[in-house]
Design a protein. Structure first.
Length: 229
């Protein structure tokens, strides 16, 4: 019995070590210390439709297609995904901190958690944290949020977040667990103004990329699109 328990314990330790090895260590923040006041990253109250192309890949599956997201600030968004070649798709409704994903499992499988999903749309909506430290490098502001123990996210207790702004634009959000990057989201803006979003679940080896192809302002949305099944 003792041998069996010892073998199980060794297996757990080995699995934990292998999992940690797959996630990169967060690097210490660089730059000049600045006041921990972050730019306002919120949604416009103007109803807007964003159309995009998307691709998803993990260790066992990959898919691609088109989609649209209907955004109505301050905290409403509906995302519709359509598989390539006219196949069926799925959708998700995001209201505040609640994400509803009915229908096919693909959408639930590929979407990031709520804070990172909001970040993909340019809204910073992280859970409350104890500490914030910020540093500036050129036009880039980096900030760590969490229980930082007098340092940055590399020394945080448990979960921390690292956010990056280029000017006033939210550009990156990383989720850091015990000093290692477990998830990351990056928003890039091309010279033509279009935005590309890349999400990676590092430990789960899942990747989702979205490229906005069109943006249009509309008069409003039918309330039916926000109804949860």
């Amino acid at each position: 019995m003792r041998v069996a328990r010892w073998s199980v314990w060794l297996g757990l330790v080995a699995g934990t070590a292998a999992s940690a090895a797959c996630t990169p260590a967060a690097r210490p923040l660089r730059g000049v210390p600045v006041p921990s006041v972050l730019p306002t990253a919120s949604l416009s109250n103007t109803p807007t439709v964003l159309r995009f192309t998307w691709s998803y890949k993990d260790e066992t599956f990959e898919a691609a297609g088109e989609g649209a997201v209907r955004v109505h600030g301050p905290e409403r968004a509906r995302l519709d995904f359509f598989l390539r070649n006219g196949m069926a798709g799925g959708y998700a409704i995001l209201i505040g901190d609640t994400l509803t994903v009915p229908g096919i499992d693909l959408v639930k499988r590929m979407l990031p958690p709520v804070p990172l999903l909001w970040a993909s749309l340019g809204r910073l909506a992280l859970p409350p944290t104890a500490d914030t430290v910020a540093r500036q490098v050129g036009d880039t502001l980096m900030a760590d949020l969490g229980a930082l123990r007098g340092g940055d996210a590399t020394r945080a207790d448990g979960r921390a977040w690292r956010v990056g702004f280029v000017g006033a634009r939210l550009a990156t959000v990383d989720r850091i667990e015990d000093g290692r990057v477990s998830e990351r989201l990056e928003r890039r803006r091309a010279t033509d103004g279009r935005t590309t979003v890349a999400y990676e679940h590092v430990r789960g080896k899942r990747r989702l990329q979205i490229s906005v192809t069109d943006s249009s302002i509309v008069e409003g949305f039918d309330d039916a699109i926000w109804r949860r099944p």
